[in-house]
Design a protein around this ligand. Structure first.
Ligand code: MSP
Length: 625
């Protein structure tokens, strides 16, 4: 088995300055790369920049400089942020580098020679903002800007030819597209015939791109160029050993908005070029502030990246990794950041270190005491430590990063409880050996916890290891050497005093509307008509990840509602369900679709479940009071 691990982030557009979207995926890749590196694997972690295309050309034009100058000015901004975030990448690729241009041209020539590229005249609607031809339906969705009609001769890649091969590959490789709901989304997309892909742009319209090797009047479509970065960096040459050492990649990490390009365009390109498929494409959700994507309109909301200067990079990395369930959206608020920081980092982790080091310093001259003959209670902690290591390793393999972190925190909490029970500050007076056993055990638990959290918080966990004066990175229990002198440390995570919240936090507060008076009169409540309803039909709303369009029966009448439940229920699973709706809600248009009522659902954190009626007899249209 290859002991290599190759992980990639998307390459980021340089028309925008780096934001939370870029930072999140890159930290995620860094954390995973570190876990695998620290588990002894040979890791190749790639990130970089997508520098071609219309958006970059326009950004440069508006600044009156050349596109290359624009790219050269933007690249350091990303590099600075990676340094600030402690990103340990192995390669940083820029698509304007000769090594990449060369690979794009080689692959294009190969695909062309094999007959998979042809020229055709095409007339259709073109979205300048998205840089691609769009369908009639898409143009009506309101999600595309700058739409013009274009008639043009272009080169097309025979993507449709590989539809069946792609379906077969997805079927026989269950982990190819993760998480599962994203795989189902792609399978749904592939139920319709897959068209061919326009892969060129005439230079008369756009010249900032890789020139087609077989026609100097055209440049390559930016996605065909960009996706190939994943094979350029490990040294694309179909028969080269270095290349084969890394390719196929273990993970392409992406955001959910770029799933189709990665899970449809890219695999078909690889089929045509005769290259193996990546092992997994993993799409994460978005960071939201309220309902909107954070990177888009930050407005008055605190940017998580601004918290670094105040609280340090590690707490921000910790928060982003702990708070997002991979695959789902997560919401950023300053309050939840402070809560997590104070409870997990200051109270649980930081406090354990300060207690252990203070007690050892006071009672054992600052030297780690002997374990001696551990009691059953001491051994329970050792066993729990061993169990946590195994659990964390398993969860990382399954990409359940937030759970891996939580398991480690649970372990730290149980060590804190053990300290309370054993009370080594009392034990020293009655039985000094017992106090030594407790403190050795707690110190070793700290070493293991610091190692398990090291990929997430490389700097602060190093403080723990330095305090314990150990360089032993083995996750085997019992490696601390008695007699080792502790080293003085600064406070690991100073508590954030909520009352002394600074200006930034105050302004974030303003975003949250004041709590309304939380009472309604009975008469007011009576105005609401809650009714049972039966779901007759359900379907996804094109271009809206969270919405389902439902046809429901309410007594004798039928009506349509739009509900934001698509992340929790598939359309099929709702058909036949007896739900509860507010039937006299003023009709509204959601994404241009009429919605006549609203269904009720219970929501907690990231979970949502529908309010349903568990008796068939009552039928639809019944009053709910
Ligand atoms: N250049 C393309 C990718 C080409 S890969 C061969 C691109 N660039 S981008 O700069 O727009 O990348 C943005 C990345 O950041 C996407 O993965 C996107 O999902 C992610 N995010 C942007 N905003 C985000 C949030 N608010 N939250 C999390 N990630 C989001 O697309």
């Amino acid at each position: 088995m290859k002991n290599t691990f190759y992980i990639t982030t998307p390459i980021y557009y340089v028309n925008d300055k780096p934001h939370i979207g870029h930072a999140y995926t890159t930290i995620l890749a860094d954390v995973l790369a570190r876990y695998h590196r620290e588990a002894g694997q040979d890791v190749f972690f790639l990130t970089g920049l997508d520098e071609h295309g219309q958006k970059v050309q326009q950004a440069a034009e508006s600044r009156n400089i050349t596109p290359q100058q624009h790219c050269d000015e933007m690249a350091p901004r990303f590099l600075e942020l990676w340094e600030k975030l402690h990103i340990q990448y192995d390669d940083f690729i820029r698509t304007t580098e000769p090594r990449h241009v060369d690979v794009v041209q080689q692959v294009l020539q190969k695909v062309y020679d094999s007959g998979d590229i042809y020229m055709d005249e095409y007339e259709g609607l073109y979205s300048v903002s998205e840089e691609r031809f769009i369908t009639e339906k898409e143009s009506e969705s309101g999600e595309f800007r700058d739409i013009t009609k274009l008639k043009e001769k272009n080169y097309f890649f025979k993507m449709g030819k590989y539809q069946q091969a792609l379906l077969d590959h997805i079927e026989s490789n269950p982990d190819f597209i993760q998480p599962k709901h994203r795989k189902n989304e792609i399978l749904g997309f592939l139920r319709n015939p897959l068209g061919d892909l326009c892969i060129s742009r005439p230079k008369s319209r756009l010249n900032w791109g890789v020139e087609l090797p077989f026609d100097a009047d055209y440049v390559t479509y930016v996605w065909f160029d960009a996706l190939l970065n994943y094979v350029t960096a490990p040294g694309y040459k179909s028969d080269d050993e270095t290349f084969k050492r890394w390719w196929p990649a273990n993970y392409h990490l992406i955001g959910k908005d770029i799933l189709t390009t990665h899970a449809v365009y890219w695999p078909t390109m690889l089929f045509s070029a005769g290259l193996p498929q990546p092992k997994s494409i993993f799409a994460h959700g978005w960071w939201l502030s309220g309902e909107s994507k954070m990177s888009k309109s930050l407005g008055n909301v605190v940017n998580p990246l601004d918290l670094i200067d105040e609280y340090g990079v590690d707490p921000v990395r910790y928060y982003l990794m702990r708070e997002m369930v991979l695959g789902q959206d997560a919401s950023f608020t300053i309050d939840s950041f402070i809560k997590r920081y104070n409870s997990d980092l200051a109270n649980d982790f930081g406090n354990l270190l300060s207690r252990v080091s203070t007690l050892i310093t006071r009672n054992f001259d600052g030297n780690i005491p002997e374990l001696g003959n551990p009691t059953e209670t001491d051994k329970t902690i050792a066993l729990e430590g061993e169990k946590t290591v195994k659990l964390v390793q398993g969860l990382i393999q399954k990409m359940r990063l937030n759970d891996a972190i939580e398991e480690t925190m649970q372990f730290i909490r149980s060590v804190n409880r053990y300290m309370e029970q054993q009370a080594p500050w009392k034990q020293v007076r009655e039985d000094k050996d017992a106090a030594g056993r407790t403190l050795y055990t707690a110190a070793e638990a700290l070493r293991i916890s610091a190692l398990l959290l090291h990929p997430v918080m490389p700097s602060r966990t190093q403080v723990v290891l330095d305090t314990l004066n150990t360089r032993d990175t083995s996750l085997k229990w019992g490696r601390l050497i008695a007699g080792t002198e502790l080293v003085k440390h600064e406070s690991l995570f100073p508590r954030i005093d909520v009352k002394k919240k600074d200006k930034v936090q105050e302004s974030a507060k303003e975003e949250i509307p004041a709590e309304p008076e939380n009472v309604v009169t009975f008469d007011e409540f009576q105005k609401l008509k809650l009714r049972t309803a039966k779901v007759l039909e359900a379907e996804k709303v094109e271009g809206a990840d969270r919405l389902l369009k439902l046809q429901i029966e309410v007594g004798d009448s039928k009506r349509q509602i739009v509900a934001g439940v698509a992340e929790f229920y598939t359309a099929e699973s709702l058909i036949g369900k007896m739900i509860v709706v507010v039937s006299n809600l003023k009709p509204a248009k959601i994404r241009g679709i009429e919605s006549n009522g609203m269904l009720l659902a219970a929501k907690k954190g990231k979970q949502l479940t529908l309010v349903t009626i568990d008796s068939d007899e009552i039928g639809s249209g019944a009053d709910v009071n």
